[in-house]
Design a protein around this ligand. Structure first.
Ligand code: SF4
Ligand code: SF4
Length: 132
């Protein structure tokens, strides 16, 4: 995927309108049945070649709701095929896993900054100070 939406999503619909590749489904179409928005990892390209940053995270009002995930590459095929946080789509009966088709990802974001707990959008410094 590359980016993942967690339960702190407030279903505001902002991200779905800015995603350039229609990789986001709303809560009523979340393939896992969760009551919040979902990024289809097999579609997300981390906005590479289109925008400077992931647009979903740039517009999301719930700071920290969208976190980096692993690159959608063959190296992480098992991560996406077996992960409980995803339900990959199919094409002509084939699972749309990284082995089926890899996706672009931001090579400047190291693996050490990817995974649960690594938000794409940081809380602004001023807000951090205000929140103590
Ligand atoms: S990072 Fe870009 S391509 Fe991926 S879901 Fe967000 S807006 Fe869509
Ligand atoms: S912009 Fe953020 S809070 Fe709004 S629907 Fe998308 S993930 Fe949820």
């Amino acid at each position: 995927m590359s980016v993942i939406i967690d339960h702190t999503c407030i279903t505001c619909n902002a991200c779905i309108e800015v995603c350039p590749v229609n990789a986001i489904s709303d809560d009523s179409n979340n393939p896992l049945g969760n009551p919040y928005y979902y990024v289809h990892p097999e579609k997300c390209v981390e906005c590479v070649g289109i925008h400077e940053d992931p647009q979903c995270a740039a517009i999301c009002p719930s700071i920290g709701c969208i976190t980096w995930d692993m690159p959608f590459t063959k190296e992480f095929n098992d991560h996406y095929v077996n992960g409980a946080a995803y339900k990959l789509g199919e094409k002509n009966g084939a699972l749309r896993s990284p082995e089926f088709k890899q996706r672009k990802y931001r090579e400047d974001i190291p693996l050490s900054l990817r995974g649960v707990g690594h938000p794409v959008q940081e809380e602004p410094e001023d807000d951090k100070a205000a929140n103590g």
